[in-house]
Write a protein that binds this ligand. Sequence first.
Ligand SMILES: Cc1cc2nc3c(=O)[nH]c(=O)nc-3n(C[C@H](O)[C@H](O)[C@H](O)COP(=O)(O)OP(=O)(O)OC[C@H]3O[C@@H](n4cnc5c(N)ncnc54)[C@H](O)[C@@H]3O)c2cc1C
Length: 303
Amino acid sequence: MRINDSKLIAAIDALGVDHKVGVSLAQKTSLEIGGTSDILVIHRHETLPELVHLLKQEGVPHRFLGGGSNVLLPDGELPWVVLQLARQDPDVRFEGNNVYVDCAADLGRTVTTCAKHDLGGMEGLIGVPGSIGGALRMNAGAYGTQIGTYVREVKIFRAASGRIETLTGNEINFEYRHTSFAPDDIMLSVRLELLSKPYSEILQGIRICNEKRRASQPLNQKSAGCIFKNPPGGSAGRMIDELGLKGHSVGDARVSDRHANFFINAGHATSADMLALIADVRRRVREKYGVELEEEVIVWKAQ
Ligand SMILES: Cc1cc2nc3c(=O)[nH]c(=O)nc-3n(C[C@H](O)[C@H](O)[C@H](O)COP(=O)(O)OP(=O)(O)OC[C@H]3O[C@@H](n4cnc5c(N)ncnc54)[C@H](O)[C@@H]3O)c2cc1C
């Protein structure tokens, strides 16, 4: 969506928010799928209430994008403007075992920065691309670790109240790839409490997780990680593999040969290709196993 109203453009500018016009969102997502939209980059958290107020007042719909590693965006002109947080420098601050992290920070880099301060626990999350904010929204997890375990406080912009608030960790439910944040909440920063561990021990854990990931995932291809959540007690990847669907494709959207729950953009896949592949695989799994797979990837649908 384009913001054309000159008064709104001036008000956004006055807030110190960067207005990037007609950006290709494909370049902002790991699937490299998505059309164009204006992006508003927020440098100071305090400006968010006023910015969202302005957008609402002018009837401009918006969506929030983190690192773009778990989203499938539509093709063509998007019906929303896209909000993003600017990276802060520094974006990580230490106080004993407490680590204060800005939500625009890169998750993997945060894990290694903490390791250098002899703070561990999140080794399993190394190799999960994206931002701290995206990891909080998704309760990112791997190899028996999930970020929610370490969350003590989150500063968020609550669209419902129009204010910035702080939630304590026990006010938030962190479940398998699901959290109790409202869909329009925007996470701004987090306090994590990590475990004291020697750097060498953390590094060893990081190496093991990196090797496991390299051995099983198509890391040099365009994907959004796992497309489906695992059903209770089951494995979506195993079911898709057993159906012989590795390599199955719709246009350039293809089930990875390496990991059956990773769907890749093998060239110039469109959103429509990927959605058709998701629907086709889901139908085949339903017919064979009677299981309705739920998407892990967040599909931005135009209402
Ligand atoms: C190769 C590969 C491997 C992966 N492996 C794993 C894995 O092992 N485990 C795992 O859990 N995931 C995995 N993923 C998926 C993905 O990396 C995670 O879900 C990640 O946490 C998403 O973060 P992001 O910043 O990229 O979020 P985005 O994709 O930008 O956004 C995802 C959702 O979160 C919302 N969001 C993002 N930031 C904020 C914020 N600050 N406030 C409010 N909402 C926000 C967005 O609106 C969107 O709805 C993998 C992906 C790839 C490409």
